[in-house]
Design a protein around this ligand. Structure first.
Ligand SMILES: [Zn+2]
Ligand SMILES: [Zn+2]
Length: 372
C-alpha cells in the first residue's frame, strides 16, 4: 500500500483544472480499489468521486469533502516532485486535501464507526464551481448518499502544523467574478462623431462602479468591488468599438451580494443609454458564503482545545471564497483551516505546504469523527 506522503507527491505532479481532473480521478479510483470493499460504495460524478463507507449501526451520515483541482500557475518551487503538467500547479493545497481524505477513508474503512461516512472528492473548486452541481446531483440521483453533517478543511500557510483555526458563523465571504463587455462602434480616430467609443464608456462605468461600496452599502456592512483588468481598443488611431472590464465582488452577507449586483446592472443599463452601446454582464463563478454551524463549530473548537497535539484558534472571517459554502447552505457542518507553515501563500507559485500536516491531521480528524 502506498504511503500518504507518496500519494500526496504523486497527486502534486498531476494538477488539473476544474472538471478536467481526469488523471486525478483515475489515480484516486485506483487507490480506492486497493481497499477492502466490503463496506464501500464508490460512485463517480463527472470528474469527482463519492465514496460511502457503511457504518456498524448508522443513525446518520457524516460527510467529508476534499476538493481536487489545481490552478493554471507555473510552479516555481524547487521540490523534487514538481508538477509534470507544465503551467499548472497544486497551488491551493488540494493535493493535501485529497490525501488527508484518502488517509481518513482508509482508517474509517479499516476500523468502522457506528455512523456511515460519505467522502466527496469534489472537482472544480477554483472554478467554475463543483460543489453546487455535485450537491444537486446527489439530491436528485443518490439522496441516500446525502450527508446529515458535512466537514472539510483548507490548508493555511500562515499557521504552523498542529494549528487548526475556524469560527462559528461566517468564515468565508460571498464571492462572484465579474465580466462586463461593452460593444459600440469602431471608427477613425479623427471622426469620433461616427463612432461609439467604448474606451470612454468603460472608463466612465469603471468610476461609477467604485461608488457602489462607498455610496450604496451600509458602512457597517462590508463589500469589495474590484476591477482588476480593463481592456479596450486595438491601435492608437482607431476609436475602440469594444471594451471589457474584469473583476470580482466580495460581500460579508448574501443579501449584500444581491444588492451589489443590482447596482452593477443599473450602472450598465445607464451606460447603454448614455453611450449608445450594448453592455453585457457575466458573473462567472459565484460562490455562496461559508457559514459554519455555530453549535458544531464551538464543539469542534472545544474538542481541538482538549487535544494535546493541537493549538486551536478562533480566527476572523476572510474575504476569500470557497464553494464548500453550497454544502453548508443546506447541510450543517463546518470548514476549518489547518496550518502548513509555508512562507508563500495560497495561489502562489512557491507554495510549499509542510507534509507533516498529513500525519498530524488524519488521526486528529479521525478521533474527532469518532467523538461525534
Ligand atoms: Zn484556491
Ligand atoms: Zn483551495
Amino acid at each position: 500500500m502506498k504511503t500518504l506522503q507518496q500519494i500526496r507527491r504523486e497527486l502534486h505532479q498531476i494538477p488539473e483544472t476544474g472538471f478536467h481532473e481526469y488523471k486525478t480521478q483515475a489515480y484516486l479510483l485506483k487507490e480506492l480499489h486497493t481497499l477492502n470493499k466490503q463496506r464501500l460504495t464508490i460512485v463517480e460524478w463527472k470528474t469527482g468521486i463519492i465514496v460511502h463507507v457503511k457504518g456498524l449501526n448508522p443513525t446518520k451520515i457524516i460527510g467529508w469533502r476534499a476538493d481536487m483541482d489545481g490552478l493554471p500557475i507555473k510552479e516555481l518551487t524547487s521540490l523534487p516532485f514538481q508538477s509534470t503538467h507544465h503551467g499548472y500547479m497544486h497551488a491551493c493545497g488540494h493535493d493535501i486535501h485529497m490525501t488527508v481524505a484518502l488517509g481518513l477513508l482508509r482508517q474509517i474503512n479499516e476500523i468502522p464507526i457506528n455512523d456511515s461516512m460519505v467522502f466527496l472528492f469534489q472537482p472544480a473548486e477554483e472554478g467554475p464551481g463543483g460543489a453546487l452541481p455535485m450537491r444537486e446531483w446527489i439530491k436528485e440521483q443518490h439522496p441516500e448518499l446525502l450527508p446529515d453533517l458535512i466537514l472539510a478543511f483548507h490548508i493555511a500557510p500562515e499557521y504552523p502544523v498542529g494549528t487548526v483555526a475556524t469560527r462559528p458563523g461566517l468564515l468565508f465571504a460571498n464571492t462572484s467574478e465579474l465580466f462586463i463587455d461593452l460593444h459600440g462602434v469602431e471608427g477613425h480616430a479623427a471622426y469620433p462623431h461616427q463612432t461609439k467609443d467604448m474606451t470612454i464608456a468603460a472608463a466612465s462605468l469603471l468610476l461609477q462602479l467604485q461608488t457602489i461600496v462607498s455610496r450604496s452599502i451600509n458602512p457597517l456592512d462590508s463589500a469589495v468591488v474590484t476591477i482588476g483588468k480593463m481592456t479596450s481598443g486595438t491601435v492608437q488611431n482607431i476609436i475602440s468599438g469594444h471594451a471589457r472590464l474584469e473583476g470580482t465582488i466580495r460581500t460579508m452577507n448574501a443579501q449584500t451580494m444581491t444588492s451589489v449586483k443590482q447596482r452593477i446592472e443599473a450602472f450598465c443599463q445607464a451606460t447603454e443609454v448614455a453611450f449608445e452601446c450594448q453592455v453585457k454582464v457575466d458573473y462567472g463563478s459565484s460562490y455562496y458564503q461559508v457559514f459554519n454551524t455555530p453549535k458544531i463549530t464551538k464543539e469542534f473548537l472545544n474538542f481541538a482545545k482538549d487535544d494535546k497535539s493541537t493549538v486551536s484558534i478562533e480566527c476572523d472571517p476572510a474575504m476569500t471564497g470557497e464553494d464548500f459554502g453550497y454544502f453548508l447552505q443546506e447541510i450543517p457542518g463546518l470548514l476549518f483551516w489547518a496550518g502548513v507553515d509555508s512562507p508563500s501563500g495560497l495561489h502562489n507559485a512557491k507554495l510549499s505546504p509542510d507534509e507533516k500536516v498529513i500525519e498530524y491531521l488524519v488521526p486528529f480528524v479521525e478521533s474527532y469523527i469518532r467523538s461525534l
